[in-house]
Unconditional design. Sequence first.
Length: 178
Amino acid sequence: MGLISKKDLVARLRRGRESRTKLLANNIAESIATQIVATRDKRGWTQSRLATEAGMGPNNLSRLENPDYGKHTVSSLKRIADALDVALVVRFVPFSQFIDWLSGTPNLDEGISPIALAVPSFEDEETVGQYETEFTYFEVNRLTPKVEVDDIITTPRTPPPPKIIVMRVDEPQREAVA
């Protein structure tokens, strides 16, 4: 499961509702299965151990770890989250936020504010020109998290220039003093 360019994702979304439905369904099944396996592996757990910790049978867990399964229930995911001691977030988001996530583009999440919870449809976003902005890609070295000016690649577009937020990712975080 790799990152896809934002430009390619917007093109897929514009093909129609059926294309958006397929993109979403395929990504949900693949990302959930991959995340369960990756988190289990990071802990050094076997499928059997996670199944026991989650109170489910090994065959059930095996299906949930299969990217082609696609029938995950919130109940099963809550049990796995509890067993792994992680949070589970299930929410509706606008397609613009979804493609930022798929492409690895930083996105400011507005949390659970009333405005953020009232999710605009794809057509609503198209109407306001959400997808007509310039795409900016950042290459980040994951071993040494540092973004360099030379790593910024921009595709030319004519609408208004993007607002670029520059943040330093190579500085250590400081704890707040109470």
